[in-house]
Write a protein that binds this ligand. Structure first.
Ligand code: NAD
Length: 270
């Protein structure tokens, strides 16, 4: 697996998201001695990983930089990071709503820049990472980033950066929507009379089994849903509630639209 890894990985910020990426990379064999994390707190992240709170004077040759702080911190970070990022460095940004053009403006000397949108399940290798690059990024540069992301789960190239906020709404934000669903599913079980603990346990196992089955099945989730529903039976009554006036579809569309619109607002500097 050693060909996956850059000579050096420099993480700027290592919170919820970048932290999960690092967890998976280390679990898949990345040598912690090849990683430096810059975080204001200076708190340790993992055994053998160097943590600093001030920018170094230079970056080692062959460094891949991962921007993992909040999007609004880009200008501040670039002020210190751009002067030490030359054409040899490779830049990957996971900042939501932050366009390649903004990254190029802040890091004019860097040739290979890849915009990435991972999601939290990357920590267990079950994530989704969307990638997008412009024509200035070399083919080998993009391929190296794609290889680095491959242990995290599904990697999707997004050809049209204009779709990046849609992608973020679906897979980047998606785990939150699904966690909310699991929580509501369990609480609904409790509301109709089960104990909270038993409902939570059974809801989780039902979601896990159904997601895994749907992933392996030849039929679409829509067809599988109908297979659960015996004519005139209990499931159909439940599906009728979800389907009435396209209720569930409308709820999901409104949810993704709100998330997507926020990404567009952020891209405009909001
Ligand atoms: N949380 C997610 O599910 C998710 C998914 C995809 C992308 N993202 C993106 O990841 C980024 C981080 O989100 P998060 O949820 O991990 O947030 P977080 O608050 O958990 O992590 C942010 C990290 O940045 C560090 N930081 C703060 N100020 C800094 C500075 N000046 N310089 C360098 N580092 C600094 C913090 O110490 C922290 O480690 C955001 O840009 C977000 O859009 C998050």
């Amino acid at each position: 697996m050693s060909t996956l890894w850059p000579d050096h990985l420099f993480l700027v910020g290592c919170g919820n998201m970048a932290g999960q990426m690092l967890v998976r990379w280390l679990a898949c064999g990345l040598d912690p001695a090849r990683v430096t994390v810059l975080r204001p707190s200076g708190r340790a992240v993992a055994e053998g990983v160097r943590v600093i709170s001030e920018y170094p004077a230079t970056l080692p040759p062959g460094t891949t930089i991962l921007l993992g702080m909040k999007p609004y911190q880009l200008a501040d970070v670039a002020e210190s990071l751009a002067p030490i990022s030359d054409g040899e460095a490779r830049l990957v940004s996971i900042l939501a709503g932050t366009r390649l053009a903004d990254l190029r403006q802040h890091f004019p000397a860097v040739r290979d820049i890849v915009r990435a949108m991972p999601n939290l399940p990357v920590g267990i290798g079950g994530g989704v990472t969307a990638l997008c690059a412009d024509e200035r990024t070399a083919v080998e540069g993009y391929a190296a980033v794609e290889a680095l992301m491959s242990p995290l789960g599904l990697v999707e190239r997004i050809a049209d950066e204009g779709q990046f906020n849609e992608v973020t709404a679906l897979s980047g934000c998606g785990p939150a929507f699904l966690f909310r669903f699991i929580d509501a599913f369990a609480r609904a079980g409790e509301a109709i009379g089960l104990s909270a603990e038993q409902a939570a346990r059974m809801a989780m196992a039902t979601v896990w089994g159904s997601a895994n089955m749907a992933k392996q099945a030849a039929d679409s989730p829509g067809v599988l849903a109908d297979r659960v529903a015996s004519p005139g039976g209990m499931t159909r009554e439940g599906l009728n509630v979800l389907d009435a006036d396209g209720r569930l579809l409308k709820l999901m569309t409104d949810t993704l639209t709100a998330a997507r619109d926020r990404g567009e607002e952020m891209a405009r500097g909001g």
